[in-house]
Ligand binder design. Structure first.
Ligand code: AR6
Length: 207
């Protein structure tokens, strides 16, 4: 209890709960991190300077998980746009850790940033690859004047990244981009991932 109490008190000052399943952490006077439960395909802020990030694969032509959901919601134009992204080698449009941008088509957001996280058990340095995926997505967002960006839990599905380790990389990396966006969101599909992310944000940002 004694170790829990001061931490909880501190968080109450720095993090503001804005309703069920959404917590806001100020990152700077002009930007904040928001963590919420939900379906990222329904997320948008203004439909013109916003983007969702897709946890894609290197081929970039769709798949299961959040990638499948994004392609279904965006319509077939998204796959056509992805197919036009040049291959850097046969079958690879976006190498692990890199990012590419397309329009959002039938999604409520203006853009989709496609990134590829590491396959946890196959990558020699999954932490670097995951950090690169977040950083390159944020850089590409910045280059395209995006003000509002939402991430899913990249690599935390079929790619098998442990939630706690992934949350640490995710939260600490977005914190570095505080001055480049008005809002950086995590839109998380499950209660357990949401809870891990909120706890990690309290540790990393609530200090
Ligand atoms: N909104 C938000 N998060 C979601 C949604 C949604 N609509 N649907 C699923 N998630 P995964 P990965 C969560 O497997 O591990 C694909 O086949 C999901 O619960 O989608 O990076 C690609 O084509 C999990 O927490 O992505 C690749 O081949 C998180 O999104 C491969 O999976 C990521 O899980 C990428 O694997």
């Amino acid at each position: 209890f004694s170790s829990w109490f001061p931490n909880s008190l501190r968080i109450r000052v720095s993090a503001m709960s804005t309703g069920a399943g959404l917590v806001e952490f100020p990152l700077s006077p002009t930007s904040s991190l928001k963590i919420q439960k939900g379906d990222i395909t329904q997320w948008s802020v203004d439909g013109s300077s916003d983007a969702i990030v897709n946890a894609a694969n290197e081929r970039m032509l769709g798949g299961g998980g959040v990638d499948g959901a994004i392609h279904r919601a965006a319509g077939p134009e998204l796959k056509e746009a992805c197919a036009k992204v040049p291959e850097v080698r046969p079958g690879v449009r976006c190498p692990t850790g890199e990012a590419r941008i397309t329009p959002g088509f039938r999604l409520p957001v203006a853009h989709v940033i496609h990134t590829v996280g590491p396959i946890y058990d196959a990558d020699k340095n999954p932490e670097d690859s995951l950090r690169n995926a977040y950083q390159n997505s944020l850089r590409l967002g910045k280059e395209n004047n995006i003000q509002y960006i939402a991430f899913p839990a990249i690599s935390c599905g079929v790619y098998g990244y442990p939630y706690d380790e992934a949350a640490k990389v995710a939260v600490s990396t977005v914190k570095e981009f505080a001055n480049d966006f008005k809002e950086i969101h995590f839109v998380l599909f499950s209660d357990d991932i949401y809870n891990v992310w909120v706890e990690k944000a309290k540790e990393v940002i609530g200090k």
